[in-house]
Design a protein around this ligand. Structure first.
Ligand SMILES: NC(=O)C1=CN([C@@H]2O[C@H](COP(=O)(O)OP(=O)(O)OC[C@H]3O[C@@H](n4cnc5c(N)ncnc54)[C@H](OP(=O)(O)O)[C@@H]3O)[C@@H](O)[C@H]2O)C=CC1
Ligand SMILES: N[C@@H](C[C@H]1CC(C(=O)O)=NO1)C(=O)O
Length: 328
């Protein structure tokens, strides 16, 4: 019996989830829901339907897990609590500073509907969060660093696209080389947010848009840009298509710590990602957690979860017996 998947929101992530479902033999895509005219949204899965988002709740009995692929800046804070009342859901909410409030809203909604919800699934937050937790638990006296890029942050790009007068945007996150070097050399530096990364944004603006206002709104945007040195370039749609079509990204989490009665032994724990496609990798993480959400819902584990609450075996296509026999 396949796990029946719904997608809500068909952008980079929605397309990635559609592709990731194809790679998982225990899943099938039932429907894609969009706020646009369904006639204007073309998907690649012939057996799935494209419906307006207003139809989603009427189809709730046909879907085991609804994957929410909207933007974190303005979509998910509304959509995840709304649909967690009616479906088991997974989202990729990544406005780190607002995760606690998002968790509370989704937890209340999921419990009201007796469903399983998972938020902030992806790589950061997500896989990087898990690796920060593992390394902190194992080396409590250590120090950890997270570096991203150079690559395209979907969250930051989405946030810029929501600004009035912006037609399209790509945001590159760029690690500061001197900070990287100091960490790699084991200097354990104290680094502010601004000392670790810079941000570079390419924007296609509407004709006649107030570019100075757009640039100011980008650079002062709380939780996204206000703590960084950010450069903004205005380009044409043709330049965007020619030079910024890809969505590569990556990064790493590194923690150094010591053991021994005199702290005489040093250790380095590192987890790194090199991604050709940020959305396709993120979607692959999300789809594995959709499997976990389905299984946890069958066990009656309702309310909101994060990656911290999900035992790894729930993610796997392998049975517990196969995992013990082959992957321990
Ligand atoms: N945790 C993590 O590690 C990661 C999290 N993310 C999160 O994923 C979120 C979504 O990113 P991404 O998919 O790149 O965002 P997009 O801008 O591609 O899509 C966001 C929404 O915009 C709408 N949309 C998409 N394309 C169009 C269009 N051409 N015209 C009109 N509306 C459109 C869709 O909704 P609709 O179909 O209803 O119109 C879609 O759900 C990010 O905001 C980020 O927060 C991303 C990567 C990693
Ligand atoms: N959530 C990020 C995933 C990583 C990348 C990132 C950044 O470049 O600031 N932060 O976290 C995304 O939307 O791509």
């Amino acid at each position: 019996m396949s796990i029946k998947i719904g997608i809500l929101g068909y952008g980079n992530l929605g397309r990635g989830v559609e592709c990731a479902v194809k790679h998982n033999p225990d899943m099938e895509l039932v429907a894609v829901f969009t706020r646009r005219n369904p006639e204007d949204v073309k998907i690649l899965t012939e057996t799935a339907k494209v419906c307006h988002v207003d139809q989603a709740v009427s189809m709730k009995d046909e879907i085991d897990v609804l994957i929410l692929c909207g933007g974190s800046a303005t979509d998910l804070p509304v959509q995840t609590p709304e649909f967690a009342q009616h479906f088991n859901v997974v989202d990729s909410f990544d406005t780190h500073a607002r995760i606690p409030e998002h968790f509370a809203a989704v937890d209340a909604a999921a419990k009201k509907g007796n469903h399983t919800a998972m938020i902030s699934v992806g790589w950061d937050p997500g896989m990087f969060s898990l690796n920060r937790l593992y390394a902190n638990a194992i080396l409590p006296g250590g120090k950890d660093y997270t570096f991203w890029g150079k690559g395209v942050s979907q969250g930051h790009s989405d946030a810029v696209r929501r600004i009035e007068g912006v037609l399209d945007a790509r945001q590159y996150t760029i690690p500061v080389e001197s900070a990287l070097e100091a960490v790699r050399n084991g200097e354990n530096p104290e680094l502010s947010t601004r000392q670790k990364h810079t941000r570079e944004v390419f924007v296609v603006a509407e004709d006649g848009a107030d570019k100075a206002k757009i640039e100011h709104e980008i650079k002062t945007m709380p939780n996204y840009f206000d703590e960084y040195d950010t450069t903004v370039h205005f380009i044409t749609a043709e330049e965007m298509a020619a030079s910024h079509a890809g969505l590569p990204h990556g990064g790493f989490v590194i923690r150094t710590g010591s053991t021994g009665w005199e702290d005489e032994h040093q250790h380095v724990v590192e987890y790194s990602l090199k991604l050709d496609s940020n959305p396709e990798f993120t979607s692959s993480v999300i789809v594995a957690y959709a499997r976990a959400a389905y299984r946890m819902s069958l066990e009656g584990q309702t309310g909101c979860k994060t990656v911290f609450d999900v035992a790894p075996a729930y993610l796997s296509l392998q049975t517990p017996e196969e995992l013990r026999a082959h992957m321990l």
